[in-house]
Design a protein around this ligand. Structure first.
Ligand code: GTB
Length: 216
């Protein structure tokens, strides 16, 4: 029986692939592992049945046999540990990959999410322009650091890994902001991630859910 993940019945991002089930779908596609998806309404996500799987009432979750997981990175790591293709065999390279996964979530994602939330919730406030400038600069700090670190490398630590999957997905949230375009090697990195056949399959699968929900 393939693992089952959860995703939004109707994604808030209108099928742009920015919701966090996309990371998990992409990981499954990279390793060639089939998976099932259970779609949830916002109401169902907060009901007791789902809260037993996810204490915060969010997506994605992962169920396989008697194992249930939440947190997209933990799920991607589980997939990477059990299938070849997303973690290097060498112990040190593996440790560095895990460090980059943490960096994507703990160091790079927070200012990007904070900026995204401000554009959603504070757009009509008198302080918005000033606050956005501050948040843009916080994001630029991280993009500049990543850009310096990358130089002309293709991936974070030689070969594509679960760390790149997480980092590219985190950075994709900036696509409509124009900020990525200020760092040509970082935007080329994101484009390399998006060009992967596994990314394209995962993107098409989540878009099909949004399209079906919009036409029903
Ligand atoms: N840290 C958790 C993880 O990585 O799994 C965060 C999970 C999470 O935030 N899930 C969101 C959720 O369930 C879905 S991705 N939210 C409902 C809730 O908290 O009640 C959310 C999302 C939507 C749209 C964009 N976007 O457009 O950029 C990005 C993320």
């Amino acid at each position: 029986m393939p693992p089952t993940i959860t995703a939004f019945e109707r994604s808030l991002d209108c099928g742009k692939g920015l919701a966090r089930d996309m990371r998990v779908r992409w990981a499954f596609e990279e390793v060639g592992q089939p998976y099932n998806v259970r779609l949830l309404s916002f109401k169902a996500m907060k009901e007791p049945g789902h809260l037993t799987l996810h204490p915060f009432g969010q997506i994605p979750t992962y169920e396989e046999g008697d194992l249930t997981l939440f947190e997209s990175a933990a799920i991607v790591f589980q997939i990477a540990e059990h299938h070849a293709g997303l973690l290097p065999d060498n112990a040190n390279a593996r440790a560095r990959t895990i460090a980059w996964m943490f960096a994507a979530l703990a160091t790079v994602e927070p200012p990007i999410v904070e900026r995204g939330m401000a554009t959603l919730l504070e757009r009509d406030k008198p302080w918005y322009a000033e606050r956005l400038a501050v948040l843009d600069n916080q994001v630029r700090v991280r993009l500049g650091e990543l850009s310096r670190r990358f130089g002309d490398a293709d991936w974070l630590d030689r070969a594509f890994s679960a760390a790149d999957l997480m980092m590219v997905h985190v950075l994709l949230r900036l696509k409509s902001s124009g900020l990525l375009d200020e760092y040509s090697n970082v935007s080329a990195y994101v484009a390399r991630g998006e060009a992967r056949p596994a990314y394209k399959r995962a993107f098409a699968a989540q878009l099909a859910v949004f399209t079906a929900a919009s036409t029903s």
